[in-house]
Write a protein that binds this ligand. Structure first.
Ligand code: SAH
Length: 243
């Protein structure tokens, strides 16, 4: 069940929250937990808060950075308690579950730091942002509570697929070519940025929001492996002509 879903916690400060997340996950049938540079882990406090979910904690993988946590994922979802500078495709937890639960893709769902959430840069690694529609002015849930809401919707989507909206993106369910994963997309973005500097379209001294905007454009399209290769081929040809 929901084996394609990886919960990623970024720089979690309180080990108790990690335990709370593990418990929330196990209750809803999620198992794969990845911790990006947690402040304190393993921890007895985490174990205590996890109650019976010690297996989730025991199998949790600790990595130094987000890139490693999501390298093999074709779909990346970021959670956010508030609106950010550049708006991104945003869904509520139910809409997210309708996309994620039936997907055969490897999916990462990112959760941010207790005090300041995910950075804009981290949010720009994502295809979708999911916001739990809390009240304005007091919008941020405890991280384990946020994981609970998201995991519950995934569980409901898994148990009652007949309740899912008919209209949902086909990406990743019936596509002829495998979707590009995070690592392949990142290589394309690095190559794109390089080329834009080479042709003097992008001024590295004054990049503005060009790369985030281009990122958003490509992430919205959810490119497959062949499309990414074609893009890289074009960039290579441009760079070759310049020489
Ligand atoms: N002050 C931070 C809140 C961090 S809460 C901020 O403004 O971003 C810790 C984490 O819990 C968030 O990074 C997010 O992963 C999750 N979370 C909390 N409230 C949420 C909400 N309303 N919708 C989606 N995720 C939420």
């Amino acid at each position: 069940m929901l084996e394609n879903v990886r919960v990623v916690l970024v720089n979690t400060t309180h080990p108790g929250n990690i335990g709370g997340v593990a418990r929330a996950m196990k209750n809803m049938g999620l198992h794969e937990l990845c911790l990006v540079a947690p402040k304190e882990f393993p921890s007895e406090v985490a174990d205590a808060r996890a109650s019976g979910a010690l297996d989730v904690l025991g199998d949790a993988v600790v990595v130094p950075d987000i890139a490693e946590a999501i390298a093999d994922c074709q779909l990346v979802v970021g959670t956010s308690a508030r609106e950010r500078h550049i708006p991104w495709p945003i869904v509520n937890p139910r809409e997210m579950a309708a996309i994620v639960a039936p997907s055969k893709q490897k999916v990462a769902i990112l959760f941010g730091r207790e005090d300041r959430g995910l950075t804009n840069e981290e949010l720009h690694l994502c295809h979708h942002h999911v916001h739990i529609p809390s009240v304005e002015g007091f919008s941020s849930l405890n991280i384990a509570a946020a994981v609970q809401v998201i995991a519950y919707e995934l569980r409901m989507a898994e148990l009652y697929p007949e309740n899912l909206e008919q209209e949902r993106p086909k990406w990743g369910t019936d596509w002829d070519i495998e979707l590009a994963d995070h690592q392949e997309l990142e290589r394309m973005f690095v190559h794109l940025e390089e080329t834009l500097v080479d042709i003097e379209f992008l001024d590295p001294e004054n990049p503005r929001q060009l790369m985030p905007r281009l990122r958003r454009l490509f992430m919205r399209a959810v490119p497959d492996k062949v499309e990414v290769n074609v893009m890289r081929g074009i960039l290579k040809a441009v760079q070759k002509k310049l020489k």
